[in-house]
Design a protein around this ligand. Structure first.
Ligand SMILES: *[C@@H]1O[C@H](CO)[C@@H](O)[C@H](O)[C@H]1NC(C)=O
Ligand SMILES: *[C@@H]1O[C@H](CO)[C@@H](O)[C@H](O)[C@H]1NC(C)=O
Ligand SMILES: *[C@@H]1O[C@H](CO)[C@@H](O)[C@H](O)[C@H]1NC(C)=O
Length: 297
């Protein structure tokens, strides 16, 4: 009985090859907490994140350079370290001394295939959780989004970008704050749902922009307090109708969702231009996410 109980608690149907990145830096606690959740769930996960904080660098890409004399962020590598490197005791944790796009590109093309069991390219790309929201007008500037969009558009790997409203930049060797654990649980839930929906995990050229609201001890303090809501990135007044859902053909804006309480927004984005995707592809994403979606009250 014990084994079937444990099996029932396992969040995943099967393990996949995951490439992970972010823009706050490879040594920021959110990306590490999520890495641990993904590994704990049995995934074949490789982190390839920037050596330094590269917040707001959008889709910039440049060859990595030798780490400066200060070392990587939070003293996570010594000054003068090579342009790319790995944690000495865990080769799955990798830094790239350049932009978020360069980091995920290196992970997808080189580091991942060298480390994944049996090789091969990543089956899904996950970025963040970013420290701070990435909503509507912030989306084009975000490195967390830039890296996800690179994976989806340039490498045709389904990509999910996660961001959370709570928290301050925190080092990898600090205890994981409550928000970081809650965001990792929520991000794993969305990831598992997409994987369970079967391949292709997302329609062509689509990525998901996922934003979590604030976590506090008094409300929204655990993953089960949250609901997921399908949303749109940019204001849609002049655009074509959205897919019909929750009784309307206009999906709510991300900001409306996360300001409504313990609701996380999930926007299907167009990887060609980082805006909301067309209704036909929204519908495909809706069908995949239906098991976890709710409507706003
Ligand atoms: C390297 O990995 C070890 C073992 O997982 C961990 O304890 C340490 O914090 C990591 N250091 C960095 C800089 O990633
Ligand atoms: C990165 O820099 C931005 C501003 O450029 C700042 O808001 C953010 O807190 C920093 N993040 C980290 C992890 O240091
Ligand atoms: C995922 O989130 C949904 C909606 O909040 C919830 O019903 C479900 O139990 C969660 N699944 C896991 C494995 O946490």
């Amino acid at each position: 009985m014990r084994s079937s109980l444990l099996f029932g608690l396992l969040p995943l149907a099967h393990a996949v090859r995951v490439i992970q990145s972010n823009d706050d830096g490879w040594a920021e606690i959110n990306v590490r907490t999520f890495f641990n959740s993904l590994a704990g769930a049995g995934h074949d996960v490789v982190l390839s994140g920037p050596a330094e904080n590269q917040s707001g660098r959008s889709s910039l890409d440049a060859p990595p350079t030798t780490v400066d004399s200060d070392g990587c962020q939070f003293q996570s590598c010594p000054g003068g370290s090579p342009p790319t490197g790995a944690n000495a005791s865990d080769p799955r944790l990798n830094y790239v001394n350049s932009f978020p796009v360069t980091s995920i590109k290196t992970g997808i093309d080189t580091t991942g295939p060298n480390i994944f069991n049996g090789g091969g390219k990543p089956e899904i790309a996950l970025t963040g959780p970013n420290v701070g929201s990435n909503l509507d007008i912030q989306v084009p500037f975000s490195g967390t989004v830039g890296a996800a969009v690179f994976a989806a558009h340039d490498r045709k790997i389904p990509a999910l970008a996660f961001s959370g409203a709570s928290g301050e930049p925190t080092a990898f060797n600090q205890p994981a704050p409550l928000y970081s654990k809650v965001y990792a649980d929520l991000a794993l839930n969305v990831t598992s749902t997409i994987i369970a929906s079967g391949t292709p995990y997302l329609p062509n050229d689509v990525w998901l922009n996922i934003n979590f609201p604030k976590v506090s001890d008094s409300k929204c303090s655990k993953a089960s307090d949250f609901k997921f809501v399908l949303s749109r990135i940019n204001l849609g007044i002049f655009s074509a109708k959205d897919t019909l859902w929750c009784g309307t053909d206009r999906l709510p804006m991300e900001r409306t969702v996360i300001n409504s309480g313990c609701f996380a927004s999930i926007s299907p984005g167009d990887a060609a231009d980082k805006t909301t995707v067309d209704a036909a592809r929204q519908k495909q994403v809706l069908d995949k996410l239906k098991p976890i979606l709710s409507c706003l009250p």
